[in-house]
Design a protein around this ligand. Structure first.
Ligand code: GLA
Length: 390
């Protein structure tokens, strides 16, 4: 986690005034992958890596924002939006400001400075942490109370309209609404969360970063979305109430699957079974049933690898190594796929061995070790009171 006082001091040096401080975390998804844009269920938790934003309102309509990660400052005008699609971090921050304005949030100009330790391009949602922390900071210093679900939707809209990524709602939702000690079972149709206590006292959540990101990620993401939509069109002919794959039960899928061509059939099978697994996993986690939770995670990985085809050699290798290590209850790829991270349930007594074995075996095949992070579930976006010193 970023130390808020560090950002406060840096802000004071930069702008010569006293800021307010805000933060939003990255996330790991325990289960429920690629289900969010099918109106389905996901179960992420917020992790102990975050973006801290220091902010203070200005008298004019300009937003000036400095990042200590890149030592770079950008500026924009709230009344004259830029073009978007610039492939620059400005797209995320200006995008969220414009989305908030379009939702009727009366933003004022502001000076901001931020620092983040959410690894970039690792599938842990550094961009959602950026959008949500900046969105909360801008609305708060403008003295508007913002509903956290609206904040998440504004972040998603920034991705759709400014960044050009047709993402689901999961990442922004958990960055905005995560709760310490809990995973969130999110119904991505109603946008209702159910808090699921992380009832696993002896178990650590270990995240292994492949440190690769394959080119395919965004084009294949859009292709999968289109394949799911095709499946809905075809299933709608026999199941007229189906609006999204969320509406198809496993039994209905089995009955009508032969109406679907390949690869649409396998894509739909993943979504339909993944929704069922996610609901079952929420029950297992609540009950502290580690074995069941782990079994569902392995199944989820296989389904993402074979049916949805969004895994890759590096992710499969990490899961296969994890399977051989004592004290590992479950492992799977997490996030969009084609690189990024796996999430693992590891008994705390075995954590050291886990880290050593994963590192050595992965490095010997891939040529570099993975990065490994261990995280509790932390809170979503909030204002933080960096203590005044002296
Ligand atoms: C990315 C997207 C999410 C979700 C996942 C896959 O992280 O931003 O909306 O679709 O991929 O589960």
């Amino acid at each position: 986690m970023i130390e808020p006082n560090e950002v406060r001091r840096a802000f004071q040096n930069l702008y010569g005034t006293e800021p307010r401080l805000f933060r939003a975390p990255g996330r790991v998804n325990l289960i429920g992958e690629h289900t969010d844009y099918n109106d389905g269920f996901v179960m992420p938790m917020a992790i102990n890596r975050d973006t801290v934003v220091a902010a203070r309102a200005r008298k004019d309509r300009r937003v000036r924002i400095h990042t200590f990660n890149l030592n770079e400052t950008v500026e924009f005008d709230l009344d004259h939006p830029g073009p978007g699609g610039r492939r620059h971090w400005l797209d995320y921050v200006e995008g969220v400001a414009q989305s908030l304005l379009r939702r009727g949030t009366q933003l004022r100009g502001a000076d901001l400075a931020l620092k983040s330790d959410v690894p970039e391009g690792a599938g842990l949602s550094s961009s959602a942490a950026l959008e949500i922390s900046v969105g909360l900071a801008l609305s708060s210093v403008s003295e508007v109370a913002i509903d956290k679900v609206q904040l998440a939707l504004a972040g998603q809209q920034a991705e759709h309209e400014f960044v050009g990524a047709k993402v689901g709602i999961m990442d922004q939702y958990i960055a905005a609404l995560g709760r310490a000690g809990h995973a969130l079972l999110i119904d991505c149709r109603s946008l209702q969360p159910t808090l699921i206590p992380m009832n696993l006292p002896d178990t650590a959540i270990a995240i292994c970063n492949t440190r690769v990101k394959h080119e395919l990620a965004s084009s294949e993401y859009n292709a999968r979305r289109a394949e799911c939509e095709r499946g809905v069109e075809l299933l709608h002919e026999v199941l007229p109430d189906v609006r999204a794959l969320r509406d198809v039960s496993v039994a209905e899928f089995e009955q009508y699957q032969d109406l679907l061509p390949e690869p649409v059939k396998r894509r739909c099978r993943h979504i339909v079974t993944e929704n069922a697994r996610t609901l079952a996993a929420a029950d297992a986690l609540k009950a502290g049933n580690l074995r069941e939770m782990g079994r569902l995670m392995y199944q989820s990985h296989e389904s993402l690898r074979d049916d949805y085809e969004v895994s890759c050699t590096e992710l499969d290798l990490l899961v296969n190594i994890a399977r051989t290590i004592e004290g590992v209850a479950g492992a799977r790829m997490t996030g969009g796929g084609f690189g990024g991270c796996t999430v693992n349930l590891v008994h705390r007594d075995n954590l050291q061995t886990f880290q050593e074995k994963i590192s050595n075996d992965y490095q010997s095949k891939i040529g570099h070790p993975p990065f490994i992070y261990v995280s509790e579930a932390v809170n979503g976006a909030e204002e933080v009171m960096g203590k005044d010193e002296g």
